[in-house]
Design a protein around this ligand. Structure first.
Ligand SMILES: Cc1cc2nc3c(=O)[nH]c(=O)nc-3n(C[C@H](O)[C@H](O)[C@H](O)COP(=O)(O)OP(=O)(O)OC[C@H]3O[C@@H](n4cnc5c(N)ncnc54)[C@H](O)[C@@H]3O)c2cc1C
Length: 554
């Protein structure tokens, strides 16, 4: 069902509380979260038919796209489709970004090491996406310089130099500085390193707040009319009369939904969702590979990251994290358990500590670890068994879109693999695959379209203006909020001029005003949603905060 003029009831469908599955007529999408400083919405409002879910029974209306999975790929596809005028319902069984999409190394990167595996298509697409995504969300994505010491390199310098030459020239680099070679003993980039006699290469990539990228895509999808349902699980789906008849379970019981197209963006659960449809997996496989990170007290000064090469030829990143920490990761371990149960193992902890201790002067032990997390990569298994169980790092990071739509069967598109970096292109490719089912859908539009809060040219200038505007609020708090919400920071702060205006103070800079914003605009329901996904304030707040936030949300 495509957008056409109709009733313009101002309902943001993404704002309804969980479980309130009901028929709510038509709504419109508005980019009201995007405009600068209170200017009127610069884009025309596009009326979009609303989803069609009625408690306990099949509704008459049918949604165009039912997207399963609120990770980066599901949220990105929902946004793209909603912006083309399609009606979209996204169901996520847990919280947005609760799984792989909050457990990444948080790099928007070409993937220098993928060149070793000949993944030129993937690297080129990723390199081009770096600056594209940075421009779309400069509050949550920013450039980083990466120092690659050659002091303990298992690769000859000529090989690394050749890789970096390709990296600089494969495409898409306009603003990011290119590679340089430095002497570690003569550069601040050598700070904190044990071995400073020798050279290093310094190159560019970008950082991303991964879980916020997911939430902002969902927010933008909802602004454009999509219905985003967290804590809502697809239980089963069957093809009936050319449509999908889907059962979704949430806190209010089971609901029946009709959709023209099913998009399976369930990440590590992609095969389970295929099984829940009763459809043959057509030989497509997913290989689950666990990756873990540790967060330790800051190991060096400076805003740069380091790419550390290990004797096993694997690489581990050390990245400045949340001001006072360094993030160290990742590992690659085959995983056969339930994806939601992934946790860092003792072996992974030792591996990451050994890597850090090999490079940095400060000696770390397990007691230095402030936090750790683990995630499951849902990698596309090109040729099962080719690489053997020991070579999880060499499984392709590229993605595959599998369209099951023979004859007049209701189509299902399944997403295998992918990276945070390629999510926008993946969504565009997904919509290209589905274009023939929606001939009236709009064209590709996401290149250059800012995400909520991302309509700012110069982040530092934006922060300076914000601080000048609210002189009684702590500048460090304003800077953190600007990083998280960009120009939408004004919606978080309202008219507040002083801390007392922001309501209950939970410590660590978290106030009731922010928690309310996260609940009302970003689907936060639990303390973890607030403290570890929509922010990382969990690393900074005093003991007892989680309980107080939970009580506030109740
Ligand atoms: C350790 C590690 C480091 C990484 N580092 C990087 C990096 O630096 N840069 C980069 O670009 N990429 C990186 N990646 C890759 C990237 O994180 C993933 O490719 C991406 O997050 C996958 O997103 P997704 O949406 O496919 O899966 P997910 O984020 O897992 O989302 C799938 C969602 O589907 C939901 N779901 C499943 N079944 C159902 C159901 N029946 N009903 C409703 N919902 C359901 C799940 O709850 C889940 O939230 C890394 C990955 C890992 C593991």
């Amino acid at each position: 069902m495509l957008a056409h003029a109709g009733d313009m009831t101002p309902v943001h469908r993404g704002d309804k509380p969980d479980g309130e599955f009901q028929r709510i007529g038509r709504s419109f999408s508005c980019c009201s979260l995007h405009f600068r400083g209170g200017d009127p919405c610069p884009r025309p409002r596009v009326p979009v038919p609303v989803a069609m879910v009625v408690d306990g029974r099949m509704a008459n209306e049918t949604t165009d796209l039912l997207v399963v999975g609120g990770g980066i790929n599901g949220a990105g596809i929902a946004r793209d489709a909603a912006g083309r005028g399609l009606s979209v319902l996204l169901v996520e069984k847990d919280d947005l970004a609760e799984h792989t999409s909050s457990a990444s190394t948080k790099l928007i990167h070409g993937g220098l090491r993928y060149l070793e595996y000949g993944e030129f298509r993937l690297v080129r697409e990723s390199l081009i996406e770096r600056e594209q995504l940075w421009g779309m969300a400069p509050h949550i994505i920013w450039p980083l310089r990466f120092v690659l010491p050659q002091t303990q390199s298992p690769r000859p310098a000529w090989m690394v130099r050749t890789g970096l030459f390709l990296y600089d020239h494969l495409g898409g680099r306009e603003k990011l500085p290119g590679t340089e070679t430095i002497r570690l003993d003569a550069s601040p980039f050598g700070d904190g390193l044990k071995e400073r006699r020798g050279r290093a290469f310094v190159y560019s990539d970008c950082w991303v707040e991964d879980s916020r990228l997911v939430v902002l895509n969902a927010r933008d999808a909802a602004n454009r009319g999509a219905d985003i349902r967290t804590r809502s699980r697809l239980v089963s789906a069957r093809r009936e009369d050319g449509l999908w008849a889907v059962t979704v379970a949430n806190g209010n019981g089971e609901h029946r939904v009709q959709a023209r197209v099913l998009v399976n963006a369930a990440g590590p659960w992609v095969s389970d969702v295929i099984a829940a449809t009763g459809v043959n997996a057509r030989g497509r496989g997913v290989r689950l590979v666990k990756g873990s990170h540790i967060v330790v007290p800051r190991l060096y000064e400076g805003d740069h990251a380091l790419m550390l090469q290990n004797p096993d030829r694997r690489i581990v990143f050390a990245v400045p994290y949340e001001g006072k920490f360094t993030l160290v990761g990742t590992t690659d371990e085959p995983w056969e358990g339930a994806p939601a149960k992934a946790q860092i193992s003792a072996g992974e902890t030792d591996y990451l500590l050994d890597t850090a201790n090999r490079y940095f002067s400060r000696t770390l032990t397990a007691s230095d670890i402030a936090w750790s997390y683990a995630g499951i990569r849902p990698l596309y298994d090109e040729k099962p068994g080719r690489n053997g169980p020991g070579s999880a790092s060499s499984v392709t990071r590229d993605y595959l879109l599998d369209l099951d739509a023979e004859g007049d069967r209701a189509p299902m598109l399944s997403v295998f693999g992918g990276k945070i970096t390629t999510y926008r292109k993946l969504a565009e490719h997904a919509m290209h695959e589905l274009a023939r089912f929606f001939p009236k859908a709009g064209p590709a539009w996401t290149a250059g379209a800012t995400l909520p809060g991302g309509d700012l040219d110069d982040f530092d200038a934006f922060v300076r203006a914000l601080v000048a505007d609210r002189p009684e609020l702590p500048p460090a708090l304003l800077r953190r909020l600007a990083r998280a919400y960009g120009t939408d920071v004004r919606a978080v702060l309202g008219d507040a001029q002083a801390m007392a205006d922001l309501g209950e103070d939970f410590g660590g800079g978290l106030t009731a005003a922010e928690v309310d914003y996260l609940r009302n605009r970003e689907w936060a329901r639990t303390a973890d949603d607030v403290l570890f996904r929509r922010s990382k304030l969990g690393l900074h707040v005093p003991a007892g905060t989680a309980e107080r936030v939970a009580a506030h949300l109740a």
